[in-house]
Design a protein around this ligand. Sequence first.
Ligand SMILES: [Zn+2]
Length: 443
Amino acid sequence: MRVIYHGLCLNCRGAISDERLLKFGICENCLERVDDLRSWKHVLKALERRGNLRFVDDIFNFYKAFGDLSKFFRKAVGHRMWSLQEVWAKRVLLKRSFSIVAPTGVGKTVFGIVLALHFATNGRRSYILVPTTLLVQQISEKIDAYSERLGICPRKICYHAGLIEKEKKELLEKVANGDFDVLVTTERFLKNHFELLRGKHFDFMFVDDVDSFLRSPRNIDRILEILGFDNATIASAIQLMAFRREAARLKRMGERPSEVLASFESIKSQIENYKAKNNIGLLVVSGATMKAKRTKRIKLFEELLEFQIGFKPELLRNIKDFYLEAKEDVEDQVLSLIKTFGSGCLIFVPSVFGREHALKLGEFLNANGVKANTYAKLNDALLAAFERGEYDALIGVASFRSPLARGGRSSREGSLRYLHWRAEDGDQTKLGGVQPRQAPYTS
Ligand SMILES: [Zn+2]
C-alpha cells in the first residue's frame, strides 16, 4: 500500500487504500477481504450479508439500468448508442431534464423514440412533440420498426393533419381516454387540443427540433402542466425568480437580503415538496440552435426542472483535438497517419482545394493499400459500407453542411478517427485530427 484516498470508497465514501481501490473500490471497513470475490455480484452479496450495502447499490443499479437500456437501444436500432447518446441516456436514467443542442443527424430523434419505447415497456407514458406532419409520420414508422425488432406492442397515437376525419376522431377519443403509451403530435395539436391532455400525466416528454416553439410563453406553460405542475406551483416559481432578483439588487446596494432569502427558501422548499409528491415527468428539448432567448418564461424551466436550456451546440468533449503542421507532402502524411491509427477514417479536404484534390488523394491512398472512397454525395448505403469496414477511409470536401460532419451517425466498432484539413489564413495548411474515445461503455 502506498496511498490512502479519502472519500473514495464506493460504498461508504470513506478512506480507501490504493490496493483496494484497484479491486472493486470497496474499503476494508466495508469488506475485510475481497480476494476470493470474483465479480460485482459477489461483492454486492457479501456486502448485503454483512448488512453493509450502502452507496454502491445505487451505482450498481444505475449501471445495470444503463446496460439494459443500451441493449434495448441496440436491439431496436440495430447498432449501439454512440457516445453522445449514451450521455443523454445516463441523464435520463438520473431523472434529469435537459436540452440537446446539436445539429440534425446526430441521432436526437432516434434517441427520443427509443427512450419513449423504453418508458412504454415500463408502463410509463411519453409525448414526442415535433414541428411537422411529415415528422409525425416518420416517427410513427420508426416506432413500428423498432417495436417489431423489440417484440413489443406499445399503444401509440400519431396524430397529424394527413389523417382522414374518421381516424382523427378515433384518435382524439383515445387521447381523451388516456388509451396510449406514446403520443406523437405536431405543435399545433398541443395548441388546439390541449384540453384533452389536461390531467394526463406524462413521464417523459421529448420536444424535438422546435427552435421556435419555446418562444411562446403559452407553450412553456402547457409543457409544465403536462409534466405535472399545477398553476400554483408555476406561480410560486415566478415569485421565486422575483425574490432572486430582489436579493441580488439588495446585495448590490450593500444591504443584507436576509428577509428576502428567508421567503425565497420557504417557497423553494414548497416547490421541492410539490415535486417530491407529484412524480414530475422528465423533459428533453432538442434543437439545432436553440435561438430562443432566455426569457422569463424559459427561466421557469430552470427553476422548476433544474434545467438549463443550452445555447451553444453541445458536443461531448471526450475527444482530443490536435493538429500537425503540414509537411510538404501532405498525402504521405495522411497515409502515415492512417497506417498508424488504422482503418476507420473520415477525411475532409478543404473546400478551397476542391473535389479534384479529394479524388487525387483517394487514388493515392488506394494505390498505397488503403481502401478509400471519395464521395460526391454521402448516402446511407456508403455510410453502411463504411461501418461494415468495406472502406478504411471516406474522403469528402469539407463544408459546414457536409453530411460527414454528422460523424455521429457512424458507429463503427472501435475508434473512429477523422482528419480534417484546414486552410488557415489563406496560405498555411494545417492537418488536424480528432480522435474520439476508444471504447464506449458496453454492457
Ligand atoms: Zn467503505
